[in-house]
Design a protein around this ligand. Structure first.
Ligand code: DAK
Length: 259
């Protein structure tokens, strides 16, 4: 599954995907974006997969979309790049398993947007997050204005977007842009710990929870609750529900099959 700029390690139901294009601080060029698409597509076919950890090699998570590649774009190239990027970000957001961003360093522009397309964000104390696109005379283009406002609220999102300010990890935590901050040397272990905890749970139920929260954010409360009830009903057609409830009655750990 490895690609030129992407490493994939799959063990115990958890995939660690590392973007490794350190000469450009892991900036997202077309090749990295296409590789992410291929890797997530391939991971989607792994029956044993329970969670994904996405991180960057070196001092950056991802320092943004590749400014050097974008600089001379024609409108048509810009459109194609935008479609590629948006497709991958949507695939990650809708990926049937939880995706945890291990934000090891700079997560700027498209990098911050990539982290926001993940389900959880665990940051190293060294991480810096922000949307500095206004420095380049552009807006975020991979969902930054929308996901940031949903995560941190309108005023905080506007301040970050208007100023291009880079937030240290502790400030990002206060705003809710990341969920936890840990020392750099423990970042991957902490993410693996979380992924392992998730991997013990009913896989279909975890997947439905992700689906319900994501879809519900675009619905009225009334419709969201109706959608939740439907997913709840569907879990009763799974082997996982039978196993989970029988294991409770038998006072033993559940052994979920993921179906
Ligand atoms: N793209 C390309 N190369 C980059 C890069 C980037 N985003 N960020 C860093 N690099 C490269 C640097 O050019 C440098 O390369 P060489 O000069 O060695 O060849 C190398 O990585 C190391 O960077 P620095 O020497 O600058 O390292 P420092 O530690 O001094 O500084 C930094 C780190 C992260 C503060 C700095 O590199 C920096 O400010 N980088 C740019 C951050 C940034 O502005 N990111 C946002 C990019 S714009 C859209 C879709 C998407 C987008 C917009 C529209 N549509 C669909 C409409 C998204 C836009 C963005 O993400």
């Amino acid at each position: 599954m490895d690609e030129r700029f992407l490493r994939v390690e799959l063990a115990d139901g958890v995939a660690v995907v590392t973007i490794d294009r350190q000469e450009a601080l892991n900036a997202l060029n077309s090749e990295v974006i296409d590789s992410l698409h291929r890797v997530f597509h391939a991971l989607g076919k792994e029956d044993s997969l329970r969670a994904v950890i996405l991180t960057g090699a070196g001092k950056a998570f991802v320092a943004g979309a590749d400014i050097k590649e974008m600089a001379d774009f024609t409108a048509a190239q810009g459109r194609a790049f935008s479609r590629r990027g948006q497709r991958v970000f949507s695939e990650i957001e809708a990926f049937p398993r939880p995706v945890i961003a291990a934000v090891n360093g700079f997560a700027l522009g498209g990098g911050c947007e990539l982290a926001m397309a993940c389900d959880l964000r665990i940051a190293s104390e060294k991480a810096k997050l922000g949307q500095p696109e206004v420095n380049l005379g552009v807006t975020p283009g991979f969902g930054g204005t929308q996901r940031l406002a949903r995560l941190v609220g309108g005023p905080a999102a506007k301040r970050l977007l208007f100023t291009g300010e880079l937030l240290p990890a502790d400030r990002a935590l206060q705003l809710g842009l990341v969920d936890e901050v840990v020392p750099p040397e423990t970042l991957l272990d902490r993410c693996r710990e979380l992924a392992a905890l998730i991997a013990q749970k009913g896989p279909v139920a975890v997947s439905y929870c992700k689906q319900a929260v994501n879809a519900g954010l675009d619905m009225s409360l009334e419709r969201g609750i109706a959608y939740e009830a439907e997913l709840f009903a569907q879990t009763f057609a799974t082997a996982d529900q039978k196993e989970g409830m029988q294991a409770f009655v038998d006072k033993r750990p559940a052994r979920f099959a993921g179906r």
